[in-house]
Design a protein around this ligand. Structure first.
Ligand SMILES: NC(=O)c1ccc[n+]([C@@H]2O[C@H](COP(=O)([O-])OP(=O)(O)OC[C@H]3O[C@@H](n4cnc5c(N)ncnc54)[C@H](O)[C@@H]3O)[C@@H](O)[C@H]2O)c1
Length: 338
């Protein structure tokens, strides 16, 4: 990666799925990383591993809403920027999991207000760029079109009455506006990334579809899906590829013009097909799938067009779903044996 070796990367939500792996990748490349997290959903184990394996890693246990902690962190960064060390902010801290989307106050405070606050603090401290993690959920009801939904396609949002999940999508849409505004006003470089269904072999949350299917099948040989899963299709992006996309964007200065980038895969699969694939990898032949309950305003398909990031950075996903699922199963099987 062609990043300036002298740069310090500040990562919020560094104990989370994306933050921790982006940190590891940057550290492996010899960069310095300062990360913070309040462990709302992150892993203490990942932080212990990063701290013990990389001298260039600094960690602060802090909430992004803690003004005193942020004052100290950014004052320190400002001094380092003044002494000639460029800084980049990667904002991974967010209320992400579906079960929390319905708590509008905390979702808005963390995903929108704290994003804007850290963006403006980064500008005031003289950071060269800011990476904003948005989401493909912003496509809401229009998450699919021929050739994949594009960054500049109009979105059709479900209303609050149709789905409270829209609070997450509308908040993330707002962050894209803040990002573009600050870049257009010449304050900083940066971009917004619309990730789609990122998964990781080490993911701890069984609420996510892949860990849910694997652990249900491993425990009982059966799995319960929502009713509409019968006709739902999705793509799944390996965390390794999503982190490569972040690094590819950081390394491409011309890409940091406030643009939005879809980051996903073209490998679309039905949810029932996903269950069958996992059952096959687990050697389960008498599989049982139960369907129960529903979630309103879930799009039946979510397929992103990836031309923009491919053309601007050369990034493409590398880990196919079969290989990624094998890694997930291997990690979980090892965990069960230990
Ligand atoms: N995982 C996906 O499929 C996906 C899809 C679209 C977008 N995204 C976005 O990518 C980014 C990274 O997501 P992730 O998958 O790593 O999620 P994650 O939940 O694994 O990581 C988020 C991290 O933020 C931390 N955090 C939350 N609130 C905080 C606070 N107030 N102060 C400090 N830290 C706080 C959590 O403890 C956690 O470690 C998020 O902005 C998310 O919205 C993820």
């Amino acid at each position: 990666m062609e990043c300036n070796a002298n740069t310090t990367y500040v990562i919020s939500g560094v104990a989370g799925m994306t933050g921790s792996l982006v940190a590891r990748r940057l550290l492996d490349l010899g960069h310095r990383v300062i990360g913070f997290d309040n462990f709302f959903a992150g892993s203490r184990n990942d932080i212990a591993l990063l701290s013990s394996s990389h001298e260039g890693f600094g960690f602060i246990e802090a909430d992004i809403h803690d003004a005193c902690a942020m004052d100290r962190l950014f004052a320190d960064c400002k001094e380092k920027v003044a002494s000639g060390r460029p800084h980049v902010f990667i904002n991974c801290a967010a209320v992400v999991h579906t079960k929390y989307f319905y708590q509008i106050e905390s979702t808005f405070a963390t995903n929108v207000l704290a994003m804007r606050d850290s963006l403006d603090r980064s500008i005031a401290a003289g950071f060269s760029s800011y990476i904003n993690c948005s989401t493909s959920e912003v496509y809401s009801m229009n998450s699919w079109e021929e050739g994949g939904v594009r960054e500049d396609s109009p979105v059709l949002l479900a209303t609050a009455a149709q789905s409270l999940r829209t609070s997450y999508a509308t908040g993330k849409l707002l962050t894209e506006h803040f990002m573009l505004d600050r870049v257009e006003r010449g304050f900083i470089k940066g971009c917004s990334i619309r990730f789609a269904n990122v998964y990781s072999p080490t993911e701890a949350h069984d609420e996510h579809i892949i860990p849910h299917i694997i652990s249900s099948l491993q425990k009982t040989g059966s799995v319960t899906l929502l009713e509409h899963a019968k006709e739902t299709k999705r793509t799944f992006l390996h965390n390794s590829d999503s982190c490569d996309a972040v690094l590819a964007l950081i390394a491409t200065e011309s890409a940091l013009d406030g643009s939005i980038y879809n980051v996903g895969t073209d490998e679309e699969i039905s949810i029932v097909g996903l269950v069958n694939k996992i059952a096959q990898l687990l050697h389960i032949s008498d599989l049982v799938i139960n369907f129960e309950g529903t979630r309103s305003a879930d799009p039946r398909r979510r397929l992103l067009n990836l031309d923009r990031i491919r053309e601007r950075t050369g990034w493409s996903p590398k880990v196919g779903l079969d290989e990624g699922l094998r890694q997930c199963i291997e990690y979980r099987t090892k965990g069960m044996q230990e």
